[in-house]
Design a protein around this ligand. Structure first.
Ligand code: GLU
Length: 328
């Protein structure tokens, strides 16, 4: 028998065997699904949040056939636009961005995205401004005439900075320089004295803020002016937030600002079973999930299902919440 004939014999035997023994498995493999979660910059909290969700989901890959991976992106606004275009399956987004996208407001004016679905909410986030000590910036209003990184155009941070500016009747001309650096680049730019301050709407505590405030002489800045007050008093998804002094990375005094909540969103087009398995994996392993980042320590199941979600719940998520009694 020549080599080719032998090979054919081996292949036939292998195929025969696998057809007889492994039919159910083969059927399962054919349903293998790949999902991508859009996050934020690698130094933020969205990136590890997406990683933690995938880690929980991938543990059960053999049974549900879903393989989850994350992508680093410009964050909230980018993620929702990419879900809409079908480039991402899930994304982490601020609660205010979720509201605006579903209702066609703010950055989504005239472009309401009615297929947006909420999955659960995550950690609280505070609108955080870091400024060089020498800049003399103590409140958002002191940014006038300074070099300020208003943030990546795809971020919820940028939308927050623009809302405050609008409420104060400021334009970009009110700054000496307004930059659009990604959050991963901003601390270094500040320490090199290329900018005076930058914004980041982010969960605390985080290694990012520690690095940002300890690499060179800098501090966190209060945001309590009337621009912030208009946001908090006029919208249910904004609230006052305090970044505790002891989290404060080298400054014992607390910082007062406003905040939102991070949420996980998807599209109505994503199959129910995929969303169901993702939610189940996170909720059944919430204790291990919470250990994956210090900003997750405050998470509890009831809040994750009931607060900060404005788009309708995805039916796959709703099915799980009803099953375990988190929704009546
Ligand atoms: N909230 C931020 C944004 O959408 C991202 C925060 C993070 O990456 O942890 O701009």
């Amino acid at each position: 028998m020549n080599a080719l004939a032998k090979t054919i014999l081996v292949i036939t035997a292998f195929l025969g065997l696998s057809l007889i023994d492994a039919e159910p498995q083969a059927a399962q493999k054919a349903e293998q699904k790949f999902i991508i979660i859009g996050t934020g910059g690698v130094t933020g909290v969205y990136y590890p949040a997406g990683g933690a969700i995938c880690r929980m989901l991938n543990k059960g890959r053999k049974t549900h056939g879903i393989r989850c991976s994350v992508e680093s992106t410009g964050a909230s606004v980018y993620n929702i636009n990419a879900i809409r275009q079908g480039d991402l399956d899930f994304g982490v987004a601020q609660s205010d961005t979720q509201y605006n996208a579903y209702n066609g407001k703010g950055k989504f004016k005239g472009k309401a995205y009615k297929d947006l679905r909420s999955v659960f909410s995550l950690h609280p986030e505070a609108f955080t401004i870091v400024a060089r000590d020498e800049s003399g910036i103590e409140e958002f209003k002191d940014l006038r005439g300074k070099r300020f990184n208003i943030g990546d155009p795809g971020s919820g941070t940028r939308a927050n900075a623009e809302s405050i500016m609008r409420n104060l009747d400021w334009t970009l001309d009110d700054f000496e320089l307004a930059t659009e650096l990604k959050i991963d680049e901003a601390p270094q730019a500040m320490c090199k004295n290329a900018i005076d301050a930058f914004a980041f709407t982010v969960g605390h505590p985080s290694s990012w803020a520690k690095e940002a405030t300890t690499t060179c002489s800098s501090h966190l800045v209060d945001v309590t002016n009337e621009g912030a007050r208009k946001l908090v008093e006029g919208h249910p998804y904004y609230s006052w937030a305090t970044i505790a002094g002891d989290q404060l990375y080298g400054d014992p005094k607390p910082t007062r600002t406003f905040g939102v909540r991070a949420t996980l969103v998807t599209s109505a087009q994503i199959p129910d079973d995929v969303v169901y398995e993702l939610v189940k994996a996170v909720f059944e392993n919430l204790d291990s999930f919470k250990k994956l980042h210090p900003a997750f320590a405050v998470l509890n199941k009831r809040d994750m299902v009931q607060s900060a979600l404005t788009a309708p719940l995805h039916p796959g998520a709703e099915k799980y919440y009803r099953e375990v009694g988190l929704l009546k």
